[in-house]
Write a protein that binds this ligand. Structure first.
Ligand code: BTN
Length: 275
């Protein structure tokens, strides 16, 4: 039996007003499908993509009951505290594939640049990116990105999920001293509507850059937003125990390069601790 599809509702006034203000022409407005509550916006976006929803459709929910983070973690998503957004991308085979295989990591890097720039533009906070794609203010995490594909060797679509802490909330103990929010950093209330609109516009623009083959521009911008990707001491779990090294940038596939004495290791996924 197919799972019941939750009902979307019109976006609340703060979001609808920001969209209307920034896109006076209704034909040019981003498509936002809004839900009061979902398990995970990434799930809903994938189901909508399966039903043929177009690229750049954004699923936004007031809360998530099973928000997902990287590495099988959950993403704390209480009502009213954050922006929980998933965007459908259909980048096409030219972008998703290269001679060396799928380049989903490039999409993820482009999304990191897009979201970091959008949050910087709207808030003027000194947001940086911590590999692979955490948005940070100094040592605290402001936002995370989870890119998922439709599976198979040639994915038909990708879902880029973005969680931004807008308002402070009673974070679970294990993240309380590592998380921050836009309002906590700015010390004042923040309108989330313009933030959402800017996030979507910035993503569209950087995905266009990817489609236009501007990979070096994306990598350059990512590197400039991620000072900790070069020259920082890190540790991760190797097959024979913890390994330490010094970050040495990212390669064209989005892998973190880490120098250990004379050799350079490529880290594709997994947990890396900055020391
Ligand atoms: C991470 O840093 O671990 C990634 C977090 C990604 C969270 C967002 S919130 C919207 C979207 N839906 C999810 O279930 N996860 C992403």
């Amino acid at each position: 039996m197919s799972q019941q599809f939750p009902s979307s509702i019109p976006p609340p006034a703060d979001i609808a007003d920001a969209v209307a203000r920034l896109y006076p022409d209704p034909d040019l407005r981003p498509r936002i499908v809004y839900f009061p509550s979902v398990t995970s916006t990434n799930d809903l976006a994938a189901r909508l993509a399966d039903r043929g929803e177009p690229e750049l459709t954004a699923v936004v929910s007031e809360q998530q009951t099973a928000g997902r983070g990287r590495l099988g973690r959950s993403w704390f998503s209480p009502p009213g505290a954050g922006l929980y957004v998933s965007v459908i991308l259909r980048p096409g085979s030219a972008v998703l594939q290269t001679g060396s295989g799928p380049t989903t990591p490039m999409v993820t890097l482009a999304a990191g640049v897009a979201f970091a720039e959008a949050v910087r533009l709207c808030t003027h906070l000194p947001v940086t990116i911590k590999w692979p794609n955490d948005l940070m203010v100094e040592q605290r995490k402001l936002a995370g990105i989870l890119t998922e594909t439709s599976g198979g060797g040639r994915p038909d679509y990708l879902v880029v999920g973005f969680g931004l802490n807008v308002r402070s909330a009673a974070y679970p103990a294990d993240i309380a001293d590592r998380a921050t929010s836009v309002e906590a950093e700015l010390g004042r209330p923040v309108d989330r509507g313009p933030l959402l609109v800017q996030l979507l516009a910035s993503l569209a623009s950087w995905i266009d850059a990817l489609r236009a083959g501007r990979r070096e521009a994306i990598l350059d911008r990512w590197r400039s937003l991620s000072p900790s990707a070069r020259g920082a001491e890190v540790e991760w779990a190797g097959p024979e125990g913890p390994v330490r090294g010094t970050t040495d940038g990212v390669d064209r596939d989005g892998a973190l390069l880490v120098r250990i004495a004379e050799r350079v290791e490529r880290i594709i996924a997994g947990e890396v601790t900055w020391l």
